[in-house]
Ligand binder design. Sequence first.
Ligand SMILES: [Zn+2]
Length: 257
Amino acid sequence: MPSWDIHRLILLQALQDVCREFILDSLGREFLDGLYRGIVEPDKKPDKVVRYRFKGRGRVSVRVGYAKHHTVDKTLVSYYYHLALYYARKENRMLSGLALGRAIHYAQDSSVKTKKYLVIDIHEEVEEELEDLAKNLGEDIQELCRDIELDEKPSKGIEALCISYEQTIEILKNFFTELRESIDVEEMLKRIWIARILKTITALALAATPLLLNIYGALFFTIPIAIGVALYRPRIYYEAMKAGIMVLKPYSYETVY
Ligand SMILES: [Zn+2]
């Protein structure tokens, strides 16, 4: 994983760039403290992955392990991004910054990907290059990346640095843009209520219909679908999280916050 210095350096420069567009005075010290803590924290306080395995006869085994940062899917980036907005709306600036920092950490880590088809792991090589680059960075990253063609899986440190930087900028910009938008909480609560009712009716209908019709065998199909419906999270739930109404923990992770 990129060293903490690199995580911080990319964040610092990205913040400076974003500041040109957004007035960040309102964020205050607390938010920035949280952000700088969060950018390195996943290496100290890692989130855990939960794996479910179906073993037949309805038995499920659950295993919990540490999340490998470089292979982390977008779930954690997205979860912490939503959580950052949740806390911002709750006016808890420290936790908002902390969550956003964690989202950015995972996004930055994932830009230093290992090419699976190579026998030799290029990962370390890229990281060493990154370290050298950061040490000798005479100009700012934006300047450096201007003429670089970005590959999806960078094989060079410089490309990893530029992708990391781009992703950091994107997350920061999205965050500040969404934070500016006004939200109609009443309207949102109404839509959540409707979604809940629809989900409940559908799940109950799926479970009850085979019983009412005496086709018990059909339960074998309808019960898993009913569970799926119950677990399903419509878009409005995620909007609600960003509005500070509810927190949706990802099913496949045991998160720190
Ligand atoms: Zn990491």
